[in-house]
Design a protein around this ligand. Structure first.
Ligand code: GLN
Length: 434
């Protein structure tokens, strides 16, 4: 298929179904897109096209794409037009990926349901009426609905893997510092990573290989060379006894991995990560403080509206909560304690990865709830209990479809040690295939 015919097919689907799904909150000018698609096709014909030629790509609305609106799905930045390309966007353009528009998300990436966007809730194309998950809700929904081939999301505590799981697509959170965050409007600088979502493991691998690596504009970004992989894998099955997990989901995941392990002759081993039950409580003080500090620039003078004047309740909870716990009298009580707990959990993972090649669990401990259903803040935060640990540890993790429960997709999470993405893809591809 040519880039042009692919684009036309996607545009048609978007026109027909996006009003109902609300995965895209901004699309690029159609004529401009068509012109660009034609140029890419010419390059393909001459054998001069880049690695992403032919792929149509959606971008989460918290990543700067020159000329488009990085609104973070907030009234705060409703009229903010990006003056520059994020480093990941530059790399995508250099490899001839065609960016089609900006995807919906939870406001400022605060949330896990896709319901907190200021521009309307995003629907789950796989099970209409249920949440798509979040915060990269539009990026997952757009892939699931066939609006684009690939998309970019950002993941602080699960925002790529959680919606990937609920929408039945693949999503990867790369190793901390392996992808440049220059141009990302971040939620929490010590946890965030940009990563790809796609229909299958190989597509995600393709996009990750384009965007990863050292970038002069992001001082913590780095390249790491990985030694050869020994394919006699030992897979750790995460001990879930300290956590609240729907036993039916656990069963789907266990049955799936047992089947794959048997076929591939992999060893299975139950693995315990101490303190994993503290992950959610460790995560939120870090996020509240770093988000509060990061949002001080949204004071209504430089970039649109003052955040406190227009943002929704979840964003305000974090801004005011963060302001409170950074007060001098609490010095050392919350943020520094959380940093210490983060270190402990990171060490536990390092220990585990000496014994196993990968750790497997459900991606989300519960099924997606109904859009609009009232759930408590605690319940919402607990939905990330299995994804947050990888962010605290800084390792890489993927969510891939593992089955269904009454037609609702269930995702399997596979976590590997830092910079072991190659191994992660190797394992994920086998699970996907079998
Ligand atoms: N749901 C989590 C939160 O609200 C994760 C968000 C994210 O990864 N951006 O913080």
């Amino acid at each position: 298929m040519t880039t042009l015919s692919n684009l036309k097919e996607k545009l048609e689907k978007i026109k027909k179904e996006n009003p109902r799904i609300n995965a895209f909150i901004q699309l690029r000018d159609e004529e401009e897109l068509i012109e660009e698609a034609k140029k890419i096709d010419e390059k393909i014909a001459k054998g001069k096209a880049g690695k992403l030629a032919g792929k149509i790509i959606g971008v989460k609305a918290n990543i700067n794409v020159k000329g488009l609106n990085a609104s973070c799905a907030s009234k705060t930045l409703e009229d903010y037009k990006s003056p520059y390309d994020a480093s990941v966007i530059k790399k995508i353009k250099d490899e001839d990926g065609l960016i089609i528009g900006m995807t919906n998300m939870d406001e400022f990436a605060c949330g896990g349901s896709g319901e907190t966007s200021a521009f309307g809730v995003c629907q789950n194309p796989s099970v209409f009426g249920l949440i798509p998950g979040g915060s990269s809700s539009g990026s997952a929904a757009a892939v699931a609905a066939g609006f684009c081939d690939l998309s970019l999301g950002s993941d602080t505590g699960g925002s790529i893997r959680n919606p990937a799981s609920h929408c039945g697509v693949v999503g990867i959170k790369p190793t901390y510092s392996s992808v440049s965050r220059y141009g990302l409007i971040d939620l929490s600088m010590s946890l965030d990573q940009i990563g790809p979502l796609g229909k299958n493991v190989s597509d995600c691998e393709l996009l990750l290989n384009v965007i990863k690596g050292k970038d002069e504009c992001d001082s913590i970004s780095q390249d790491k060379r990985i030694e050869k992989i020994n394919k006699n894998f030992t897979i750790g099955i995460l001990d879930l006894s300290d956590l609240k997990v729907d036993s039916r989901i656990e069963k789907i995941i266990n049955e799936k991995i047992e089947k794959v392990a048997k076929k591939k002759n992999w060893k299975l081993k139950k693995i315990r990560i101490n303190y994993i039950d503290l992950a959610v409580e460790t995560y939120y003080p870090l996020v509240y403080v770093e988000f509060f500090s990061g949002t001080r620039k949204f004071d209504g003078r430089r970039y649109g509206m003052k955040i406190e004047d227009v943002a929704g309740s979840e964003v305000l909870r974090r801004v005011f909560g963060g302001s409170e716990i950074t007060k001098a009298e609490y010095h050392g009580r919350y943020y520094y304690q959380a940093l210490k707990a983060k270190k402990l959990i990171e060490k536990e993972f390092a220990k585990a990865f000496k014994v196993v090649d990968a750790i497997i669990s459900p991606t989300v401990p519960c099924l997606p709830w109904k859009i609009g259903e009232k759930i408590s803040v605690e319940e919402m935060y607990a939905a990330d209990a299995l994804t947050i640990p990888a962010n605290l540890a800084g390792c890489c993790a993927i969510s891939i479809p593992a089955g269904e429960m009454n037609g609702v997709p269930v995702g399997m999470q596979i976590m590997c040690d830092k910079f072991q993405e190659q191994k992660l893809f190797e394992i994920a591809r086998e699970v996907e295939r079998i």
